[in-house]
Design a protein around this ligand. Structure first.
Ligand code: FE2
Ligand code: FE2
Length: 262
């Protein structure tokens, strides 16, 4: 039996019939591809400065690999545009600014906790995209997810190293958590998002922003409090008022902490 996607019940879409799809579907998928083309490149630029902050050559090497893979994500999503005959340079010109990276990654602890928390939020999104109707995006999501898991792993390892080796490790990690957990939570978009309704209609996502955020929060708060021993508020409502992302004007397009300002 042919698999059908979303409430729309459409079959799998390929490069050859993408342009024959409903304009809304095309727009939503292209917007997500564009977000990746811009943000993976910009994010890699931001991460690059962390390589020399690594406390050991082993950490520097893994950070360098992470940067390399982030540029690879940019190239991978660029290929999706190229296959559709779209000039990626136009995308880069049109979408310039990433609000996540308005918050600078200042220290090694910042970078490690960013990977453990914010890249983890990105991984949650890719799990959704692995199930979407556009086949080339499913494949790109699958390849990217594998690497994002590695980035989260580096973040976990690096955070543990800081806690075990730095005299003020706990204070460093706590301040990074206070900085990045709100970014991770916000990356799922606003509550009651109309854009998310449309994503779910087309099967681009299967779950609401609220569901995804709650699942993510349960996972990370256990890590922060139990594994890292950092004393921070334990309830989602202490961190999230349901409106923050909307107030920031994301319109539901905020993606993995990498929202684009027009
Ligand atoms: Fe990435
Ligand atoms: Fe990553």
């Amino acid at each position: 039996m042919t698999q059908l996607y979303g409430q729309a019940g459409i079959p799998s879409v390929d490069t050859a019939n993408f342009r024959a799809q409903d304009p809304e579907f095309q727009e939503l998928v292209l917007n997500l591809i564009n977000i990746h083309v811009v943000s993976e490149d910009y994010g890699a630029d931001c991460f690059e400065r962390s390589i020399l902050r690594g406390p050991t050559p082993e950490f520097k090497q893994r950070m360098a690999k992470t940067v390399m893979e982030e540029y690879g994500h940019h190239l991978r999503f660029r290929r999706l545009l190229e296959e559709l005959g779209i000039d990626w340079r136009e995308t880069m010109k049109a979408k310039q600014h990433l609000s996540t990276f308005d918050t600078p990654i200042d220290t090694w602890a910042d970078q490690m906790v960013f990977l453990a928390l914010v890249d983890r939020a990105a991984a949650h999104q890719f799990v959704e995209f692995e199930k979407m109707p556009y086949a080339p995006f499913r494949k790109a999501a699958e390849d990217t997810l594998r690497e994002e898991h590695g980035h989260v792993g580096l973040g976990m390892k690096g955070t543990k190293w800081i806690l075990d080796n730095e005299p003020d490790g706990k204070a460093q990690v706590k301040s990074a958590v206070l900085k990045w957990l709100p970014v991770g939570l916000q990356s799922f978009g606003g509550d009651r998002s109309r854009t998310n309704d449309r994503y779910r209609y087309w099967g681009i996502k299967s779950r609401t922003n609220e569901e995804m955020r709650a699942e993510y929060f349960a996972e990370v708060i256990a890590i922060i409090r139990d594994k890292w021993g950092i004393d921070v508020p334990a309830r989602l409502e202490d961190w999230w008022n349901g409106k923050t992302a909307q107030a920031a004007g994301d319109g539901g397009y905020k993606y993995a902490g990498m929202s684009l300002k027009a």
